[in-house]
Design a protein around this ligand. Structure first.
Ligand code: NAD
Length: 505
């Protein structure tokens, strides 16, 4: 027995306590204390959730898209009004600063705004008189029950990226959020209900691999949207696809920021600090590799970075003066510390060492100071692998082509940025780099809601991106109707049976 608050699932419009007897601890990373426990759903619990979603979906699909959009408008109002409190809940479980959590919610809310346009996005195509008396049209229909499996690092934004287009398109959506920070997803479920969403259309099942595997195997679930680390993304993609499901699975990253000799160096340093250390580096679009071009640029960059990195303020997630907060768990912190040691062992030059940092008054929090490596090379693990912490690696490139090749050849291909004043270079880079999202003098190029988000290579499995028009394509299937009304084509209609392949001629 424990006195810890017990979190729930949210099934058929109501909070439901777990019945599996299995739980996971939910930590407050700023203090290092366990603050709640979250139930880990059993097969039976997930199957029950799927059944309620399946029962509710046809009614929602039959509700006209404009009425569905009105639920979204109400949800957006509630979400915006709630966001300061929601941000504190998020920070308490994740560890990012409250200002950063506000951004997490805001970027999710933008996809809800975009999804209000679903009636337009769901319109089909129509060709009148494609043949004599023949009209052809297409319609977009929902898939049915769909599921989203999401990571700890954006507990508001990514669930909203997934559920917005899915629900607006007429599906019932089951969310399996990260077991590290489940409270925001549960609150989103309450807000959906308050906005008028019918019970069973937005479901939260908390859990781990056991719950995920049920979603992957159950034939009532038509599509899986996943975001998380690459090994799990690949596993989920393969298992979902083997079961005949539609799947889009986004994985880890190693994002480069290239600094050309003509770049505004102060601008580039600001960008590297924010994108490298913001959210303790726990963003899939964090910049973890700085690539200065030419020795002169590199020496100047490292000198400026060394000074500024040492000044960064690490603090409690509720400290308004903090640049970033703790890592999500003690295991995450140990993992990152392990990489720092590996970098030293591999021969990289440790310019700023963040290990050993403690925050006065919160000595048990999962804090790690900012860390900077210089002299990192292609073969090192700290270059090849995702560290997911406040660690920036400087890889020096002799020229532009070498810098371009670094980002292009890396096995991850989520985001990349180039800082330059030269339009030709920026244009050439954008066209040639083998990475899904590119920033030109923009360090974290997360596309706005009406474009799509998705990485390449080991950063994404599946062929449609998140949000934007791809989001709606992913959560709908296209039906094409070819119709003939004989009055317009009397002669052909009465021509008797035809045994050749029909054409429009
Ligand atoms: P994770 O892969 O550990 O977990 C993601 C989800 O998968 C969670 O819901 C978790 O419960 C579930 N899961 C974990 N192990 C599983 C298993 N063996 N079988 C089935 N399900 C399992 O990722 P995380 O630590 O929560 O998130 C951080 C990772 O997510 C980083 O690698 C980061 O780059 C990535 N990420 C990618 C994007 C993107 O858009 N590409 C965005 C955000 C985060």
């Amino acid at each position: 027995m424990t006195d810890l608050p017990e979190l729930t699932h949210f099934i058929q419009g109501a909070h439901v306590f777990g019945s599996s007897g299995r739980f996971s601890d939910v930590w407050n990373p700023s203090t290092g204390e366990v603050q709640a426990r979250v139930p880990l759903a059993s097969k039976q619990e997930v199957e029950r959730a799927i059944a309620t979603a399946e029962a509710a979906q046809p009614g929602w699909a039959a509700t006209n898209p404009q009425k569905r959009a009105r639920v979204f408008m109400k949800f957006l109002q509630l979400l915006n009004a709630e966001s300061p409190e929601l941000a504190r809940t998020l920070s308490r479980e994740h560890g990012k600063t409250v200002a950063d959590s506000m951004g997490d919610i805001q970027r999710g809310a933008e996809v809800i705004e975009f999804s209000i346009g679903a009636p337009h996005l769901l319109k089909g195509e129509y060709s009148s008189a494609a043949g004599t008396g023949i009209d052809v049209f297409s319609m977009r229909q929902p898939l049915g029950v769909v599921a989203g499996i999401t990571p700890f690092n954006f507990p508001a934004m990514i669930p909203l990226w997934k559920c917005g287009p899915a629900i607006a398109a007429g599906n019932a959506f089951i969310l399996k959020p990260s077991e590290r920070d489940p409270s925001v997803p549960l609150r989103l479920a309450e807000l959906w209900k308050e906005a008028g969403l019918p019970d069973g259309i937005f479901t939260v099942v908390n859990g781990d691999k056991e719950a995920v595997d049920v979603l992957l195997d159950d034939e009532r679930v038509q599509a899986i949207g996943f975001v998380g680390s690459t090994p799990i993304a690949q596993y989920i993609y393969e298992r979902a696809a083997a079961n005949g499901k539609r799947a889009q699975c986004f994985g880890g990253a190693k994002n480069h920021l290239i600094i050309m000799p003509d770049a505004d160096l102060d601008d580039a340093v600001d960008a590297l600090l924010g994108a490298g250390y913001g959210s303790a580096g726990e963003r899939c679009m964090a910049i973890s590799v700085a690539v200065p071009v030419g020795e002169e640029t590199a020496n100047a960059l490292v000198a400026k970075l060394t000074e500024r990195v040492a000044e960064l303020k690490v603090g409690h997630s509720f400290d308004e003066g903090a640049d970033y907060g703790p890592l999500v768990t003690s295991q995450a912190k140990e993992r990152v510390e392990g990489y720092i040691q590996q970098g030293i062992d591999e021969g990289a030059s440790l310019v700023v060492d963040g290990r050993g940092f403690t925050l006065e008054g919160y000595e048990n929090g999962f804090y790690l100071g900012p860390t900077l490596f210089d002299g990192v090379t292609r073969d090192m693990a700290i270059y090849r692998e995702e560290i997911f912490g406040p660690v920036l690696a400087v890889v020096r490139a002799g020229d532009y082509e070498e810098a371009l090749a670094l980002a292009t050849d890396h096995e991850y291909g989520n985001g990349v940025a180039i800082f330059t004043r030269d339009g030709d270079t920026a244009r050439d880079f954008s066209a040639r780099v083998n990475v899904g999202m590119v920033g030109v003098n923009v360090p974290i190029p997360v596309p706005i809601a009406y474009y799509t988000f998705g990485g390449w290579k080991k950063s994404g499995f599946g062929d449609l991106n998140q949000h934007g028009t791809d989001g709606f394509r992913f959560y709908t299937k296209t039906k094409t109707v070819t119709s003939r009304w004989p009055s317009g084509a009397k002669e052909q209609a009465s021509g008797g049976a035809s045994f050749v392949m029909p054409t429009m001629d």
